[in-house]
Design a protein around this ligand. Structure first.
Ligand code: ADP
Ligand code: ZN
Ligand code: ZN
Length: 723
């Protein structure tokens, strides 16, 4: 057998591919190679080097070219990726592709880690002095006279500099160079004196530097978790070590970046999907080379190389944004823990509302719990009140008690947040004459009325249609919006409180970049205002004059069939409530519901999140549900229901007989039709993760070979978070 390279290629197939080594160069595990694939070429990552070819590997092709003389992915990253591909049952090639920024998946030289800049040459300086150039050329020379500028800087200063740069470059008046390493910010903001709980948390984690130990930092919003992160990153920096800080959303990034930069006085790398590809690749490479010490990023930043790893932090660890929901379905929090073990560093998970998964790990003694129980800034935790909506006369879905509370708050010159997790004007458009309602033909779900756009929109598939003038079923004119979305609440509140500014914050009003921050910047701190919005409002800016949080329309969450709905609702209520009374003024939270006696609400409001979570965890344990049991979900969709049924029953029949796993289904998905495709699923459960994987791993390979698999789209989801 010849010795070959085993290569991961970015294709959704459950295999690695064998190639003969390149003619020139020594390809090692972690190096990228260009290989012939199909009718074209592909860039892959060498997973194993110098291994005997599989029996039967005939007609082996040769690697066309070695792209990295030394491995781009180090041994730890390769090991963690192999673990991830195996655990989440992903195609190995897709796992490796996820780990690399897009630019590094191409057959191109690695980009300079320093941002390229334009600078004046000696000739350029004389040309400027002699005033021999005019117009845009002169403007560019002038802009560069104070020092080199990057393309991004120039874009801000000059409208059309690129043509001028080309002309001046050809004339030798300016040249491209590499910037000096990003300079340290000069003014470093002093850290506050940590209070005892913060200091204890910092000491606990710092004493675990150099070994793997997970911690759960459990502290309400505003209790000072970020200060704990900052102190620890500083300690890691002092030892020359790198830190990875994961956040669930880009929206959280700008504020946090600013805070980190001001405090730490070192460049902070940022990694998220809104960045230009060049930026992402450079940030990744600067961490790989050790030039950069701190990276802040969203989910996929968990794949950043950390050759000098010191610490991994996962903020808001309960957030479902950490789970990738398509392609390679990994969970960034869980992968952060795997990397922490491989790198031998502590992993700090932080949250005001920890996931039941992490709480179970604390109970089992695997994670060490750290608590921040007090708020350094505000003396009073918000006071929470349930308003029973039953048999109340509602105005636009708002109860008299709630309207009174809003009125009192704005009369005192303070601010109100009305939380409603539904965009649009109304979730349903109903014919009052015959009962017809507008429905998405591709999903068979009600369409949401968006009044400002004059459109009906499907929130499941984005299908849009004009609002009918008359009922398509009976021709009646009496079409009535049912229920309230944020758009309708904004309208209603503006009419009810005409003297107070009403601001809506949801995905529509914040579509533009930075719109969220700009909207909030318009708020006058000492004036009354009413904010209406979705869960985007649960996070972000500190609003010191916000003293009332009104939570409306959460009853759907209480009644949902998804067993995780209660956990999510509890987290959301606590996160939103945490926005009230963050400064010296006491805060108040009003939650209106038709189910005032619901056990979850009672627990939550009487005893807080920890008690509610404990009760939920006990329920899960009793029912054998995650995290106390383990699940793998096979999802499948096709245009024809018959194709879905055929595949799922073949898949089900292919499962081995085993007492260790239970099978639920085949059954229709909770949304049996979506975007015109029929959907079904098969759930495999076990009390033991090991048993579950032992059954599912060979089965997953078998599935690809089922004849019925060709007529459907299917995916396996390990630890699914939505069923
Ligand atoms: P969290 O991340 O838990 O929401 P932060 O770390 O952002 O909390 O702290 C909330 C506010 O309290 C911030 O304005 C922060 O500067 C301030 N703060 C935190 N810890 C202290 C401290 N020990 N002394 C003074 N102010 C603090
Ligand atoms: Zn009708
Ligand atoms: Zn739809």
């Amino acid at each position: 057998m010849p010795s070959v390279l085993r290569v991961a290629l970015p294709v959704p197939l459950p295999t690695l591919f064998d190639y003969l080594p390149p003619v020139a160069g020594d390809a090692a595990a972690g190096s990228r190679v260009l290989v012939p694939f199909g009718r074209g070429k592909a860039v892959g990552v060498v997973v194993e080097a110098d291994v005997p070819a599989h029996v039967g590997s005939t007609r082996l092709k040769r690697v066309s070219r070695l792209l990295d003389p030394s491995p781009l992915l180090d041994a730890e990253l390769m090991q963690s990726l192999a673990w991830a591909a195996d655990y989440w049952l992903g195609a190995p090639g897709e796992a490796y592709a996820n780990a690399l920024p897009l630019l590094l998946r191409e057959d191109k030289p690695l980009p300079e880690t320093r941002e390229p800049v334009w600078q004046l040459t000696v000739a350029g300086r004389s040309a400027l002095d002699a005033a021999s150039r005019r117009g845009s050329s002169r403007a560019l020379l002038q802009a560069l006279v104070e020092g080199p500028l990057s393309a991004a800087d120039l874009d801000i200063r000059l409208a059309d500099w690129r043509a001028a740069a080309r002309r001046l470059g050809e004339a030798g008046l300016i040249e491209k160079g590499a910037a000096a390493a990003a300079s340290l910010s000069t003014s470093v903001v002093a850290a506050p004196l940590l209070h005892p709980e913060q200091a204890a948390a910092v000491d606990a984690v710092a004493s675990a530097f150099g070994r793997f130990q997970p911690f759960l930092l459990d502290g309400i919003t505003g209790s000072g978790k970020t200060e704990v992160y900052l102190a620890l990153i500083q300690q890691a920096l002092a030892q020359g070590k790198q830190t990875l800080l994961l956040v669930p959303e880009i929206g959280l990034a700008p504020q946090t970046v600013r805070r980190l930069r001001e405090r730490l006085g070192v460049p902070i790398e940022v990694l998220h999907s809104n960045l230009a590809e060049g930026e992402r690749a450079r940030a990744w490479l600067r961490m790989r080379s050790g030039e950069a010490k701190v990276v802040l990023g969203t989910r996929s930043a968990v794949f950043t190389p950390m050759p000098q790893a010191g610490l991994i932090i996962v903020d808001e660890e309960h957030d479902s944004a950490y789970k990738q929901q398509e392609g390679f379905r990994y969970h960034a929090r869980d992968l952060a823990l795997v990397r922490g073990r491989a790198l031998q560093v502590p992993v700090l998970l932080g949250s005001a509302t920890p996931s039941l998964e992490s709480l179970a790990n604390v109970e089992a003694g695997r994670y060490h719990a750290l608590h921040l129980r007090s708020r350094p800034s505000a003396a009073h935790p918000p006071q929470v009140q349930i308003v029973d909506m039953r048999a109340q006369r509602l105005e636009h879905g708002l109860s008299p008690a709630l309207l009174q509370a809003i009125g009192e708050t704005v009369a005192r010159g303070e601010q109100v947040l009305v939380f409603r997790n539904r965009r649009g004007y109304a979730p349903v458009l109903l014919c009052h004459a015959c009962g017809w309602h507008a429905e998405c033909p591709r999903c068979e779900r009600p369409l949401t009325l968006h009044a400002a756009w004059r459109k009906l929109v499907c929130h499941h598939c984005d299908n849009q249609s004009p609002v009918p003038a008359a009922c398509p079923a009976c021709g009646g004119q009496d079409l009535k919006p049912q229920g309230q979305g944020t758009e309708r609440l904004e309208e209603a509140l503006a009419a009810l409180f005409p003297q107070v500014p009403v601001l809506r914050i949801d995905r529509e009003t914040t579509r533009r970049r930075d719109a969220f921050e700009q909207l909030l910047d318009n708020l006058q701190e000492d004036a009354p205002a009413i904010l209406v919005g979705t869960q985007m409002l649960a996070k972000g800016h500190d609003l010191p004059n916000l003293t009332l949080v009104a939570i409306v329309g959460v009853d759907e969450g209480l009644l949902s069939v998804d067993f995780r709905a209660s956990e999510r609702l509890a987290q959301l209520v606590v996160q939103v409530a945490g926005r009230a009374g963050r400064a010296r003024k006491p805060g108040r939270v009003v939650l209106q519901t038709h189910h005032p006696d619901h056990l979850l609400l009672r627990h939550l409001l009487a005893q807080g999140y920890a008690a509610a979570a404990k009760a939920l965890l006990a329920e899960r344990r009793q029912a054998g549900l995650p995290p106390c049991g383990h699940q793998v979900l096979l999802r499948c969709d096709a245009h024809q229901r018959a194709a879905v049924d055929a595949f799922l029953s073949e898949a089900c029949a292919a499962l081995p007989d085993s007492d260790a796993v239970q099978i639920a289904g085949p059954m229709p998905a909770p949304m049996p039709l979506r975007a015109g495709r029929q959907r079904g699923q098969l759930l495999i459960e076990s009390a033991s993760r090991r048993d579950l994987h032992a059954v599912v791993r060979p089965w997953a390979l078998h599935l690809t070979q089922l004849p019925s698999a060709r007529k459907v789209r299917w995916t396996l989801d390990v630890d699914p978070i939505d069923l």
